[in-house]
Design a protein. Sequence first.
Lengths: 301, 301
Amino acid sequence: MKRIYIQDVMARDGLQIEDQFMPTEKKIDFVNRLSDAGVDKIEVTSFVSPKAVPNLQDAADVMTGIKRHKDVVYAALVPNVKGAERAAACGTDEINLVVSVSETHNQKNVRRSVHESFAGFQDVAKYLSGTGIRINGSLATSFGCPFEGKVRDEKVLRLVDDYLKLGADSITLADTTGMATPKQVNRLTTEILNRWPELPLTLHFHNTRGMGFANVMEAIRAGAVRFDASLGGLGGCPFAPGATGNICTEDLVHMLAFMDYHMNVDLDQLLSASKELETVLGHEIPGQVIKAGKINDLHAV
Amino acid sequence: MKRIYIQDVMARDGLQIEDQFMPTEKKIDFVNRLSDAGVDKIEVTSFVSPKAVPNLQDAADVMTGIKRHKDVVYAALVPNVKGAERAAACGTDEINLVVSVSETHNQKNVRRSVHESFAGFQDVAKYLSGTGIRINGSLATSFGCPFEGKVRDEKVLRLVDDYLKLGADSITLADTTGMATPKQVNRLTTEILNRWPELPLTLHFHNTRGMGFANVMEAIRAGAVRFDASLGGLGGCPFAPGATGNICTEDLVHMLAFMDYHMNVDLDQLLSASKELETVLGHEIPGQVIKAGKINDLHAV
């Protein structure tokens, strides 16, 4: 069966919207547990302004404090050259750049036009050139914008092209607020992979309206093999209090494992880490398999 | 696009495990709202022993109290001839019989062997013969048993055959505790529809481990067009406190509507009924679109 790559974003996408600051040693522990479990890539933190995201103000301490596994890529979100310098100083393997396909969403998110964001990325790419640090280009709101609504596929393709011209090694299409439908995912993933068959393409789905795993299955059918997900399903939606955010890593691995997809991940270690996450955070998290058990956890008669 | 039939089970499958009894007039109101919204079939109640399911002790009052729409099928679960007599006296359109594919689950559920269940169904079928009341044959644990684990496809096919020999007009395959994977759903649905291409086949999925909508999409791909779901996602899993039960009706309609599937249902009326359900029950329900809004509910800049 096909090899599927599991990439966890809990430590960045999940933690950034939590009410409470998670202590640095706990963050390091969870990243280490994800590494031990065999996740292929971990978005460890974000080198943004500590004022903008106080929860990740310990980015450098986390990135330097974690154990490194040779088969795991340790990535960090970076908004500008200053962030790239901080990330590089900590031995970050991969820089994640983010721009929204939607102008309105990009303005709301980073107070820049899409063009201005790319101009800044040019400086980051120049700085990183020759360092061996990889660049992943993320496109937020690739499947729809909560302000503008529909996003045209051509616009997504054009921005993928812009990222590749910039020197990005890989691309992520993010369904930032859970607007993608399975049909749309199949169509856009097919278009991208037809145009760039060798592109390392990640799909980053949110389960805001329940379609997350249906979208994963359609993306796999269209040829995608790399997926972002968040331990415990941690994360949320800034526009809808109480709504679900990122798809859940261990639930994703559970579904794919029982269809015999090949992954490098130990599901039981993930489940154990997710239960610990719920304990540390002190509130319920969206993960469903930690509640219901695996489908082969049978009950005594 | 394909016509998809939406069948709601909230008033039976959802309410039976609620802690509080819902007043009869409220039940009637919700069934009427589902009818008004254009749902194709409603499982209105269950004519079982009031001691076994106290929440549905008002089965006759609900079934006689509701408004009838000519395009809606009003169904009820019935365990035996006595239940069938009560259902028939209330003008029930369709009797739903349930047996588990798994012997152990059937013993746990109804204290009978599968063979004994079918013997009882013979009497029900004889009683209903000539009444014009339709029979739907449901197979619980069609995709796995929480006690026995895997269920063989051949066993499911044999029991479908038994139901059809009994005179069943339609069949439901139920994933009673959310054990089905998309791959398995595609395979079993394809097998059933290859053998009985004209069979009105319903898929009844639970979202216990997050795979509900991925399973729906695979079932549609394999040719299925009829789905059970529960308003608000009401329901649960007797083996896992806090776990999700039935897939959510309005979230299902939302997903399919935005892929241009043809349904008879008004999504906004469903959403309004689901919000009212949450208010009446006084606790959060699993529906996600009532929290996050529809994908075309845009935010002001």
